[in-house]
Design a protein around this ligand. Structure first.
Ligand code: NI
Length: 137
């Protein structure tokens, strides 16, 4: 397969994190690490289908951030049919963690997680899903 080269600009912290990732996973170089990260991301995008899945999204956010709590709630109400339960933890004076358990069509859960994770003040967000319908290919 043809290989193309491109330049990447990264903050020092991110570059250090990338180099640590390369070392920890014994990649021969940065290119190989980036290739794997992209492929993994593409694999996760395949979840944009209509299979029934169970999943959870974990969010860590700054609850003092203006209107963030309201926005998180608004988005969740748009997906009330998919949300099974929400657990909230006060991590510190400023930080909250939420675990949102969900069941529904994969693309709906992906959509919901993307909307939550993109909100300003959300420091970290991760969605995990697994098929929960009868037929597994
Ligand atoms: Ni809290």
């Amino acid at each position: 397969m043809a290989v193309s080269r491109f330049g990447v600009s990264l903050e020092t912290e991110l570059l250090e994190a990338l180099d640590k990732y390369v070392t920890d996973n014994t990649f021969p170089n940065r290119s190989q690490a980036i290739r794997q990260l992209i492929e993994r991301n593409l694999a996760e995008k395949k979840w944009q289908c209509n299979h029934t899945v169970a999943g959870a999204v974990i969010l860590v956010y700054e609850h003092h951030k203006r209107e963030l709590s309201c926005k998180l709630m608004e988005v969740q109400h748009d997906y009330f049919a998919e949300i099974l339960a929400v657990q909230h933890f006060h991590l510190s004076h400023d930080l909250c963690m939420e675990i949102i358990a969900m069941k529904g069509q994969a693309y709906r859960l992906t959509e919901l997680a993307d909307k939550l994770i993109a909100l300003k003040g959300v420091r970290h967000g991760k969605l995990v899903m697994t098929r929960s319908d009868e037929i597994i290919d």
